[in-house]
Design a protein around this ligand. Sequence first.
Ligand SMILES: Nc1ncnc2c1ncn2[C@@H]1O[C@H](COP(=O)(O)OP(=O)(O)OP(=O)(O)O)[C@@H](O)[C@H]1O
Ligand SMILES: [Mg+2]
Length: 367
Amino acid sequence: MLKYKISKLKVSNFRNLDCEQIIFSPNINCIFGENGNGKTNILEAIFVLMTGKSFKKNTSFPQLLSMDCGKPEILFSSIFQDEVSDNTLSYSLKLENKLSLIYLDGEKSKKRPNLSVVFINPFDSYNFYYTPSFKRNWFDTHIGIIDKVYRKNVNKHQKSIKFRNILLTKKTPKYREQIEAIDVEIAKLSKEITSRRIEFLSSIQDYLQDTFKQIFSQDLHLSIHLESKFIDYSETQILEYFKKSLPKDEILCHTGYGIHKDDYVLQINGFNAYDYCSLGQQKMSYLCLLFAYIELFRYKLNTYPVVLIDDVSGELDEFRWQLLIDYLSKCQFQVLITTANEKFRDQLEKINDVNKILVISGEVTNL
Ligand SMILES: Nc1ncnc2c1ncn2[C@@H]1O[C@H](COP(=O)(O)OP(=O)(O)OP(=O)(O)O)[C@@H](O)[C@H]1O
Ligand SMILES: [Mg+2]
């Protein structure tokens, strides 16, 4: 994993953006502008450049391409910088409908550089609490980023459950024997995945409480735990469980329970954040989880990701904005934060050495 931060970006034909060159500081960068002017588009351009895809669902080349483009191609040219060694990387990307061309330090390359980025979307806090599949997916993705074995096992497990469900629906000849064989694999993977989930939660726990204290409240305690039937089960006990529930699964025509149905519960002072907490508290605990993850990421991979934060000011009071700003100004990672809120902007502008960027109708200027 490379330790670079983005220092310059030029982008053509990307959504409504029209910029000569945007300069970023290695610390905090604030992107200001009224609604619909292109703030999120800047974050999206950086995310596409760094990961090859958008953070918005079902977004492909035609949506990213500017409606006013002369030629159907999006061009990115950027400089990334390693603060410690002072090394720079020039990275250009040309996107066409079904083609992408990558240049690293002027040489054509088959692969994108291995850069890491985290995008924080204000609406994800709602999805996180109100859509169980979003939350499961969040953990699978984030644990998978720092633990490749976990990612592999989760993929294998998903495939096995899918196949098991096909057998349960179609009930082809000898399907019971096939399920018996597949359950051995599922039990093994379930044990392995559950252990890694528990390990992840226990390593994130201290960072979580620490960030919560810093950016939300000294008095409340934030914790997280896994809700799973299999927490204390051995592999044999899990296999036994699947055997016992087979008749029920046969009627249901799918696997009624497995670790793919497990849940994660965030608690504030022992109360379930989903049931008992205000929207502001839920948003803050979700943000703390992300910041805790960023710290864990650094601990495991020895580098920070670039952190893109899209207008998170809604629901938070001015005191919390200030705590969040204090937290971000002490952080060692590179932050790009957007806002359309004038009062939040005033507070952000007071940060020492903050880099200010203004977007008006897609036109970007460094202030
Ligand atoms: N493919 C495209 N070509 C041209 N313009 C586009 C394209 N896709 C989106 N836009 C324009 O981009 C603008 C939205 O930009 P963006 O979402 O970055 O706004 P924002 O500054 O983040 O606003 P808000 O404060 O409301 O979040 C809209 O005006 C939209 O019309
Ligand atoms: Mg926006």
